[in-house]
Ligand binder design. Structure first.
Ligand code: NAP
Length: 331
């Protein structure tokens, strides 16, 4: 039975990836951080077949211990400070976690497997997936973006992801590690954190419909993103590690929509007009904006055979329905 280790198991992608790998017959170890992490009982209830292990991307020795104990065939590094606006307020923590955390995990693999620069037989053990991001393209140099588009990150988060991306490429080339970067464009779901724009909109529409809230304060809704459905995207992560050779892949739907379009559809779904409820609030504006991101995922389609299964309209419907049901139950 293959064994996988997932960092960021308490996050949106971690839970979907764990479910996917379990369905493929994997033994799954999920890493959580902190003492008495309040999310631990939630994860244990939601994913009873996942073995929860403790470690932190800020702590090198903890990663070595986790890798040594789990003896994984595959590691998926999803852990990160991932909320872009937060990265301006906690830039150093973002660099340490989202950037240097990748180096620490690669070092743990190198030390545990004894991977060395002199070895070039491809036998350097554990396969590694790094969660790279379309935010690395930032102020885009071309559109749509491919694996060859130059990076121009526009946030401390994007900068940290560029470091994580290139250190993964560097360890692949230096130590013959099977290490891949998935350059994932935005992907959403009912499990998306409540601060993220799509979830804020779906939850806001549901709560306003149910009379639990009167208005919704939002930042910039004019920016366009290539929004997909998270369960589709975790399939791509697994596919990358099943190839003959390690490589980097852009994953996205090839369609982009503005936050305003998401808002209109979400409110329309509950029979309301978003213009009556959404107010612009400068507190939620980014100091440097990323205006539009659009994926060209041709390489993933051709080499991995990956295709998204949920389009934008369906994504909005899934998210609003889930929030309506959860909020109705909670009242
Ligand atoms: P998420 O829901 O924000 O999850 C982030 C995870 O990282 C959480 O489990 C969090 O744990 C963990 N984490 C934070 N600091 C850590 C540390 N010091 N040590 C270990 N774990 C730590 O993110 P997501 O949406 O699932 O995304 C997964 C990954 O893909 C992230 O790296 C993200 O940056 C990247 N990505 C996401 C998207 C997207 O659209 N979703 C697009 C491109 C790339 P706690 O619960 O303890 O905080």
């Amino acid at each position: 039975m293959p064994t996988a280790l997932i960092t960021g198991i308490t996050g949106q992608d971690g839970s979907y990836l764990a479910e996917h790998l379990l369905s493929q017959g994997y033994a799954v170890h999920g890493m959580i951080r902190g003492q008495a992490n309040p999310k631990r009982p939630l994860i244990e209830a939601m994913l009873p077949d996942v073995q929860v292990v403790e470690g932190d991307l800020l702590d090198q020795a903890s990663l070595i211990n986790v890798v040594q104990d789990a003896q994984p065939d595959e590691i998926y590094n999803l852990g990160a400070i991932s909320f872009v606006p937060l990265s301006w307020n906690q830039a150093e923590l973002t660099a340490e976690t989202t950037g240097l955390g990748v180096l620490r995990m690669l070092e743990a693999i190198r030390l545990v497997t004894g991977a060395s620069r002199s070895r070039s037989d491809g036998a350097n053990g554990i396969k590694f997936y790094q969660a790279s991001s379309s935010e690395m393209f930032g102020k885009v140099r071309e559109s749509p973006q491919t694996e060859r588009t130059p990076f121009y990150p526009r946030s401390p988060y994007g900068v940290a992801k560029v470091y994580g991306h290139y250190i993964t490429v560097n360890y692949r080339e230096s130590y013959d590690l099977f290490a891949c970067n998935g350059i994932l464009f935005n992907h959403e779901s009912p499990r998306r954190g409540v601060d993220f724009v799509t979830r804020k909109l779906s939850l806001g529409a549901a709560r306003i419909k149910l009379g639990k809230q009167n208005e919704l304060l939002m930042g910039n809704l004019a920016s366009k993103r290539d929004w997909g459905y998270a369960p589709d995207f975790v399939r791509a992560m697994h596919m990358m590690l099943q190839q003959e050779e390690a490589d980097d892949y852009v994953i996205g739907t090839g369609e982009y929509h503005s936050g305003n379009e998401f808002a209109e559809l979400a409110f329309k779904h509950v029979g309301l007009d978003c213009g009556d409820y959404i107010k612009s609030d400068p507190r939620f504006m980014r100091p440097a904006e990323v205006d539009h991101l659009l994926a060209d995922a041709s390489k993933a389609r051709e080499k991995l055979g990956w295709e998204p299964s949920v389009d934008f309209q369906e994504l909005v419907r899934i998210m609003v329905e889930a929030d309506l049901q959860a909020e109705a139950k909670a009242s």
